[in-house]
Design a protein around this ligand. Structure first.
Ligand code: ZN
Ligand code: ZN
Length: 149
């Protein structure tokens, strides 16, 4: 069964489509880099294997090193600057789609919070879902990884 969802940057130069049935999980990331990259309290991201995402347009990437030593590349539209997706260099077959760029995100269900130790008082983590103080260590979650192949 296909459940095709689409999204785009503000100007439309970058757009994408994917089968929502292939989404592994969804998260709020409160890390400081996501706060800077989004100019907000957190980034809301969907994990999905790269091979299931059809991209149109060329993102520009900015790479930074996370607290765990992993390298995170955040992709944004070179024209309008909207952050569209990111990925970890050490886990590059999975992309993290920024939920706010979806045309319709009403179906998104968030599984957990990352980096709640750097969350702001004005954007408190959702207490009704699982929280990780820092990095959730994606590499150790074999089930998540297997689901992505
Ligand atoms: Zn754009
Ligand atoms: Zn983050």
């Amino acid at each position: 069964m296909n459940n095709i969802q689409r999204g785009r940057c503000q100007c439309g130069e970058i757009s994408y489509a994917f089968n929502a049935n292939k989404v592994i999980s969804a998260h709020h990331c409160h890390c400081k880099d996501c706060q800077r990259a989004t100019g907000s309290g957190k980034a809301t991201i969907l994990f999905i294997a790269k091979k299931y995402v059809e991209m149109n347009g060329d993102l520009k990437f900015f790479e930074s090193q996370g607290t765990s030593g992993n390298h995170v590349s955040r992709g944004f539209c070179p024209n309008c600057g909207s952050g569209v997706l990111s990925y970890q260099k050490e886990l590059s077959h999975i992309v993290f789609i920024k939920a706010g760029t979806l045309d319709d995100s009403s179906w998104v269900k968030i599984d957990s919070n990352f980096f709640t130790d750097s969350a702001n008082k004005w954007n408190e983590p959702d207490k009704s879902i699982k929280s990780f103080k820092g990095n959730p260590s994606l590499m150790s979650n074999i089930k998540t990884l297997l689901k992505s192949f």
